[in-house]
Design a protein around this ligand. Structure first.
Ligand code: TXA
Ligand code: MG
Length: 330
């Protein structure tokens, strides 16, 4: 951890596990290190990055004018799969925020991530900028092997990938815009609207063009990655259509035909000739295995994969959101 932390301070990259997905980390105060994240990912440089910190104290460093409801959320759900978007402090430079006046902050709940953050902060580090450790638009990695597969060839020989096993949550953090009067979900995740409302006592404002939250599921209303907010535009690349996509074409909720891959709850039968990729027993497991199952489709050279997506609320909302984008409306 000490060596990895020093490598970050020196402008190097360290990929590390979190409870959601693996992140590709750089020192959030080091412009050169952060620039390397963009080149390794092949990501447009105006897309903002999440700053990871070891504890809630990091909020005061990276953000200003933090509203009371954001403090409640931080107390209740950090460390955990939640990112808060707040007005930025002077520490959050344009190369982190994509030039916006806001910054995304998260305390991850993974022993390896927390140990790395603590080692990094103990030598003067302020925060680790880390997007998911995949090439832009591809499926997020949930194992160290998947990180190597995605970006290994673009890393320097001194960069590191820390193996912390499989990620427990499996889909990216809930992103909550905390710059308005009430919390607003920009990307759904394991921290649900109901949990946010219970924590803050406030009704969650839903950004209607960002995700699917109806009990019926399937319908994607995503039209744009630009969410209008009080005259400003917030960029959330994770809300782009055609994101989180494997090479195989993803189809939702149709009967699979022979030769196609298939992902569905364990109680759904596999039709003859169909290649079953995963059989989760519940929605948590569904989230946990989804990305590795999509990767497996590519590893097996499948051209098409059918996913019976979960209905209902909870983490199912996040699963449908990612699948709507991975399938691009199919
Ligand atoms: O679970 C996660 O959040 C993972 C792990 C590694 O922490 N990280 C992650 O990062 O998913 P990334 O960069 O793949 O997705 C972060 C999303 C992007 O869509 C980005 O546009 C958005 O967060 N974001 C970051 N800062 C923002 C800001 N100030 N305002 C609005 N959106 C922001
Ligand atoms: Mg990502």
């Amino acid at each position: 951890m000490a060596a990895a932390a020093s490598h970050l301070v020196a402008g190097g990259l360290v990929a590390f596990p979190t409870e959601t997905v693996y992140g590709l980390g750089a020192d959030a105060c080091n412009a050169t290190g952060v620039a390397r994240i963009y080149s390794v990912k092949g990501r447009p440089s105006d897309h903002p990055l999440i700053v990871h910190v070891a504890s809630m104290d990091g909020l005061g460093e990276w953000a200003r004018e933090v509203p009371g409801y954001a403090i409640s959320l931080a107390r209740d759900f950090w460390p955990g799969p939640m990112t808060l978007v707040l007005k930025r402090s002077l520490l959050a430079k344009d190369f982190i925020t994509g030039g916006q006046d806001t910054v995304g902050v998260r305390v991850p709940n993974h022993p390896v991530a927390l140990a790395l953050l603590e080692a990094f902060e103990s030598i003067g580090g302020k925060g680790i900028a880390a997007p998911s450790a995949n090439r832009f638009g591809q499926v997020s990695p949930t194992t160290a092997a998947a990180v190597t597969e995605e970006i290994g060839e673009f890393l320097d020989s001194t960069d590191r990938i820390i193996d912390g096993g499989s990620c427990a949550v499996g889909v990216e953090s809930t992103i909550i815009d905390c710059t308005g009067d009430a919390p607003r979900i920009l990307r759904p995740g394991a921290i649900t609207a109901a949990m946010i409302e219970a924590s803050t006592g406030q009704k969650v404002v839903k950004a209607s063009n960002t995700f699917v939250d109806s009990q019926q599921g399937a319908e994607s209303t995503s039209t744009s990655n630009l969410i209008s907010l009080a005259g400003a535009e917030i960029r959330v690349s994770g809300s782009l259509e055609n994101h989180y996509a494997p090479a195989a074409k993803v189809f939702l909720c149709k009967t699979p035909t022979p030769g196609q891959g298939f992902i569905a709850h364990a109680n759904v039968q596999t039709p003859a000739g169909v290649i079953r990729l995963a059989s989760p027993n519940n929605d948590q497991e569904f989230a946990q295995i989804l990305y590795s199952a999509l990767r497996e489709a590519d590893a097996q050279g499948l051209k098409e994969v059918v996913v019976m997506q979960p209905i209902g609320i909870g983490i199912a909302v996040a699963i449908r959101d990612r699948l709507a984008r991975a399938s691009n409306g199919r």
